[in-house]
Write a protein that binds this ligand. Structure first.
Ligand SMILES: Nc1ncnc2c1ncn2[C@@H]1O[C@H](COP(=O)(O)OP(=O)(O)OP(=O)(O)O)[C@@H](O)[C@H]1O
Ligand SMILES: [Mg+2]
Length: 276
């Protein structure tokens, strides 16, 4: 799902007064699959984003941010309603406080997504923010036998259903905590038949065969590192690479995203992988 993030830098949070000046304000693209799609394009692939938005300014802005990065938005459908947005307050120490609003007015059904949306793809990347849409895409992708990468970060029955259709379910640390730790969650994912992994921020990525360490970087902004990781991983799967190579590629992309505070390009990621 696409979100319009409003990022506001503040001197302190929570505030003490009813009115306190912000030191910086900017809007940015948010949402796992949207930021993942941008990563796919900047890393040398092509991406079509399929999702729903409201007929409002935020939705137009999300679409234009996607288009400006070269993501195909012909499947980003407009409905009367309010688009998803997220207010993000950032403290000087880098700590973030997020207030996502999931939007309203957008019908949950996903039967309008045509088979052709999936039939032209070499892999699909699915987040759990629109479960019916995720399932629709996963089921068609499964029929075609292409990689189905799931950015698994919500403990909801309908999102577990997406994970059960995925070929690769890569969770975040919060989900592992809820399920009794990384090892237990990986067992549960594997029991569903998917290749499982858990991203651990600056500790890298745990998978059933071990752990790939993170690339050490000086962090400017880590917002969206997981989204970029998943986009890079999905691209590597589409290119026919193996999982461990894809994890290294994703870790390099995620680390550079933290370092630059923006989605990195292929040349930077390749240079980091070569030890540059
Ligand atoms: N501080 C960091 N230094 C180096 N690499 C990082 C850092 N933070 C993240 N990464 C890389 O990006 C990957 C994904 O990050 P992370 O585990 O934070 O995702 P996440 O929890 O899904 O976050 P979000 O969804 O908020 O972007 C990590 O596995 C790691 O490879
Ligand atoms: Mg994430």
């Amino acid at each position: 799902m696409g979100f319009l993030d409003t990022r506001v830098c503040v001197e302190r949070f929570p505030p003490r007064l009813h009115r306190e000046n912000a030191t910086r304000r900017y809007d940015a693209l948010g949402g796992p699959a949207t930021v993942g799609a941008v990563a796919v394009v900047l890393l040398g692939g092509t991406a079509s984003f399929w999702g729903r938005r409201g007929d409002d300014f935020a939705g137009e802005r999300i679409a234009s941010l996607l288009e400006a990065q070269g993501v195909d938005t012909s499947g980003y459908r407009v409905f009367p309603g309010t688009s998803p947005t997220c207010e993000v307050f950032i403290r000087p120490d880098g700590e973030r406080f997020l207030f996502p609003y999931l939007g309203d007015g957008m019908p949950p059904e996903a039967d309008w997504i045509p088979d052709e949306a999936i039939d032209g793809a070499d892999a699909v990347l699915i987040d759990g923010r629109w479960p019916a849409g995720g399932l629709r895409v996963a089921e068609r992708a499964a029929e075609r036998g292409i990689p189905i990468v799931h950015d698994f970060d919500q403990n909801l029955p309908e999102v577990w259903k997406i994970a059960s259709r995925a070929t690769h379910a890569i969770a975040d640390e919060d989900l592992a905590d809820i399920h009794g730790g990384v090892g237990r969650l990986l067992e549960k994912i594997e029991a569903l038949g998917a290749w499982g992994a858990v991203t651990l921020g600056d500790q890298g990525v745990a998978h059933r065969g071990g752990r790939v360490p993170a690339f050490p970087v000086t962090v400017r902004d880590s917002t969206g590192a997981g989204d970029v990781f998943h986009g890079a991983f999905a691209l590597a799967m589409a290119q026919g690479r193996d999982e461990i190579e894809a994890v290294h590629f994703g870790c390099a992309a995620g680390a550079l995203h933290c370092k630059f505070g923006r989605v990195p390009e292929l040349a930077d990621v390749e240079s980091l992988l070569r030890g540059g």
